[in-house]
Design a protein around this ligand. Structure first.
Ligand SMILES: NC(=O)c1ccc[n+]([C@@H]2O[C@H](COP(=O)([O-])OP(=O)(O)OC[C@H]3O[C@@H](n4cnc5c(N)ncnc54)[C@H](OP(=O)(O)O)[C@@H]3O)[C@@H](O)[C@H]2O)c1
Length: 305
């Protein structure tokens, strides 16, 4: 961080209480930033000043916007947490669109000094890529998650229209120790019942949580960075991924694979989270000057498992 003022820059994070937000908070605080949250929870988070908002009701504490130097928008109902009923799908969509619209309105109407808006989206926007690595210009998919991402990014254009430097990261599968995809994938392997999913040939484009947080920091600290960037370190097939977890945990893989029909029955429409092939290129963010600490799966898993 360049020390240009006496007061440290203030980063306002929506959804800062989540997996990415907590890690990003730690990194920003270590680098000397002040962090505040926009949260639906009224209780204070340890060590972080929290401002209340409720995107569903269109409520937002304007003080959060007045104080912010940067806005990082992570809020959204977790796509892997609950079965996708129609009501849950509506919540997944609206928690992203209404929250982005609310932020855009606030950035339009409240006096502020925000220098950049860094938003999350997801590589789910590409739908099933089969074996072709999707770049930021690749066509979008037409399934539920792709449509959510398209609507989400459409709302972000309101912030670009407000003249604020805007960066959107299309995030891949985030690998972290405590929650998200990795514990879910590694637990059956630890119990000795791990197996590839369906054909095992579907691609998983992943990123280590530390690199993702460094990428958000890169977005904050590079005044020339704007636009959409894929946030993935590498792509590995599901079979290679599970095999690498087993190797790391020194566990055997004896079940051939989990059949697709079972996943459809157990997870419903949500099965696409584990069966869709998503191979994504990170060339654009690398060309912008970002370098990864964990580009190799073995190294990433050794750090996290
Ligand atoms: N983790 C991944 O693998 C991954 C992959 C691709 C994209 N992303 C995207 O990156 C962002 C951050 O991911 P994450 O893993 O940190 O998510 P997370 O752990 O699920 O946390 C998201 C935060 O969003 C807020 N939130 C939850 N439901 C909401 C709702 N209905 N309305 C408004 N806010 C709501 C919550 O904060 P409060 O309770 O404080 O309001 C929550 O802590 C998300 O938008 C996610 O879609 C994540």
């Amino acid at each position: 961080m360049k020390q240009t003022t006496e007061t440290p820059p203030n980063v306002l994070i929506s959804g800062g209480t989540g997996l990415v937000g907590k890690h990003l908070t730690k990194l920003l605080q270590e680098r000397g930033y002040t962090v505040c949250y926009l949260s639906r929870q009224k209780t204070a988070q340890s060590g972080v000043l929290s401002y209340y908002w409720n995107p569903e009701r269109g409520e937002l504490d304007e003080k959060a916007i007045r104080k912010a130097d940067y806005v990082v928008h992570l809020a959204g109902a977790n796509v892997g947490e609950k079965r996708w009923t129609e009501a849950r799908k509506q919540e997944i969509l609206e928690s992203r669109t209404l929250s982005t619209e609310l932020l855009a309105d606030a950035l339009e109407s409240v006096p502020h000094q925000v220098k950049a808006f860094i938003g999350a989206s997801a590589i789910g926007i590409y739908g099933d890529t089969l074996d072709n690595a999707a770049s930021e210009d690749s066509p979008h998919g037409n399934d539920f998650l792709a449509n959510v991402c398209k609507e989400w990014e459409k709302q972000v254009s309101l912030i670009i229209d407000a003249g604020i430097r805007t960066v959107v990261f299309r995030i891949g599968v985030v690998l972290a120790r405590e929650s998200g995809a990795l514990p879910k994938m590694s637990l059956p392997v630890r119990w000795g019942v791990g197996a590839p999913i369906a054909s095992g040939k579907q691609w998983i484009s992943w990123i280590h949580i530390y690199d993702l947080c460094r990428m958000f920091l890169f977005g904050i600290e590079n005044p020339s960075l704007q636009g959409i960037f894929n946030a993935v370190a590498n792509a590995t097939t599901n079979r290679q991924f599970i095999t690498q977890i087993a190797r790391e945990l020194k566990k055997p893989l004896w079940i051939p694979s989990i059949p697709l029909f079972f996943l459809k029955w157990a997870l419903g429409e949500m099965h696409c989270l584990v069966t869709t092939s998503c191979k994504v290129s990170n060339q654009k963010i690398k060309s912008a000057g970002f370098s990864f600490e964990f580009e190799d799966l073995e190294r990433a898993l050794r750090d996290l498992l």
